[in-house]
Design a protein around this ligand. Structure first.
Ligand SMILES: Nc1ncnc2c1ncn2[C@@H]1O[C@H](COP(=O)(O)OP(=O)(O)OP(=O)(O)O)[C@@H](O)[C@H]1O
Length: 443
């Protein structure tokens, strides 16, 4: 019969280290590798950028908070995180090389000038050049600054488009529709979200593609915008009517995707209905609702909030699926999987459309994984993964000599801030170590 000796739990002194101490010390010394060769992505059809928001006052005042994102040379963004496995501590640094990266100190004017203006300008009729459609996506985790960025962009856009149109104002006119994509039920293979027109008493909009692939919106009005003030006014009205709700991450979290359709049409003095004049080009601005992690949705209390979150995440995963398929060069892009992807289908299937992806990131450590995911998915639309992402894991051998400290306040809620580094006594002769000791220290 096998005899089992009951082992006493090993005496141990636990030293504690926070991710803050682990990451802050190493991220400043980190320099992104320079060996990335851009063998793909020569196309100028897509522009991929990231904008990092500053820490908000409540975050900056938290003594355990730190910024885990760094920006290098305006083109590279790195996300840093730390982890401890048993006796080892590691830091992970993921660098992404993009078209533009905007740091926390850069204003929305810089984002507009460097990332958006070029695409918008290509939709303006100019002598000798046919205008093309353009689309701008704001993509990122909840609370990372999509609505903040689009509010600034639309404001600048409203003035700038009339400056750009200056020479052609006698031949072109502008019309605006603002569509909101609201959570519906989950269909069999297509989500049944519905589209409403915010500038038409939130009437339901039906849309159909004709045999030429042109999308027609039934139930949506297109408001004529003869000048910047009118365009700005309608945009602000739409933004004020959007569905928002307080969540644990954002007091004014958007619970829907918002699509601004700016149509540039041929001007005709004789036409009674200007919204039926031929379309020269369409500028689409898409402010996506934010992705939410499991932790974010944990605190949703009412049924609608849970349904909205499920729908938002479902739509975003279809969008990611479309990006993945386009990246793989697939002929079948599953844009029919969601209402949003049907609306923006042209960006994936028409090579002439100029598309800008702006990924918004926050530097808070709880968002590190989602920040990586945001940039990774956007980048895939243009480059192969190895051409724009480099990941480094650094193992720190020396034991940290930091005092034991107890976490309180909001930081304690997030396990990401707290690591234990157990230091075990040496094994005594005759006793067999199973490794269970080190795990028991986690309790
Ligand atoms: N670049 C920035 N500079 C200063 N404050 C910012 C910036 N970006 C975002 N913020 C602030 O961060 C908070 C959250 O931003 P915002 O509501 O735009 O996030 P979001 O990504 O649209 O979130 P959700 O997906 O939940 O709607 C707001 O208080 C906003 O003012």
């Amino acid at each position: 019969m096998l005899s089992t000796t009951r082992r006493n739990p090993p005496a141990a002194t636990a030293q504690w280290i926070t991710h803050r101490q682990l990451v802050v010390n190493t991220k400043d010394q980190y320099t992104p590798p320079q060996h990335v060769k851009r063998t793909t992505g020569q196309t100028d059809r897509f522009t991929v950028c990231a904008r990092v928001r500053p820490l908000l006052p409540a975050e900056a005042n938290d003594p355990d908070m730190y910024d885990c994102v760094t920006v290098h040379n305006g083109r590279t963004v790195a996300v840093h995180s730390g982890e401890a496995r048993l006796m080892k501590q590691r830091t992970k640094h993921t660098a992404f090389y993009l078209d533009h990266v905007f740091g926390p100190e850069e204003g929305t004017e810089v984002v507009f000038q460097k990332a958006v203006r070029g695409a918008v300008a290509s939709s303006i009729p100019a002598s000798g050049v046919d205008p093309v459609d353009s689309t701008v996506f704001l993509f990122g985790k909840t609370g990372t600054g999509k609505s903040h960025t689009i509010a600034g962009i639309t404001h600048l856009f409203a003035t700038d488009i009339f400056n750009l149109l200056h020479k052609t104002k006698d031949v072109a006119q502008i019309g605006l529709s603002i569509l909101e994509l609201v959570a519906g039920t989950k269909g069999f293979n297509v989500s049944n979200d519905f589209v409403t027109d915010l500038l038409n008493d939130s009437e339901i909009v039906h849309f159909r593609d004709d045999e030429h692939g042109v999308m027609h919106l039934r139930g949506a009005v297109e408001l004529p915008c003869p000048n910047a003030e009118t365009l700005n006014h309608h945009i602000r009205t739409g933004q004020s009517l959007r569905r928002t709700q307080a969540t644990t991450r954002n007091a004014g979290s958007s619970r829907s995707h918002l699509v601004y359709l700016v149509r540039i049409r041929q001007k005709s003095a004789s036409s009674e209905d200007p919204s039926s004049n031929p379309i020269l080009s369409t500028i689409t601005l898409v402010d996506l609702a934010g992705t939410e992690s499991k932790t974010d949705t944990l605190y949703h209390t009412d049924k609608n909030q849970i349904q909205d979150s499920a729908s938002i995440n479902r739509t975003l995963s279809t969008l990611k699926e479309c990006i993945r398929s386009a990246a793989a060069g697939s002929k079948v892009i599953p844009f029919r999987g969601s209402v949003l992807t049907r609306l923006v289908k042209k960006s994936f299937v028409d090579n002439s459309v100029k598309t800008v992806f702006i990924g918004t990131l926050s530097g808070i450590p709880a968002d590190a994984e989602q920040s990586r995911a945001t940039v990774k998915y956007m980048g895939l639309v243009k480059w192969r993964l190895r051409d724009f992402m480099v990941e480094q894991e650094v193992e720190h051998k020396e034991e940290p000599n930091v005092p034991v400290r107890k976490m309180t306040g909001p930081a304690a809620k997030h396990s990401y801030l707290l690591l234990k580094t157990p230091v075990l006594h040496k094994e005594r002769p005759g006793k067999r170590s199973t490794g269970a000791e080190s795990q028991s220290l986690d309790g």
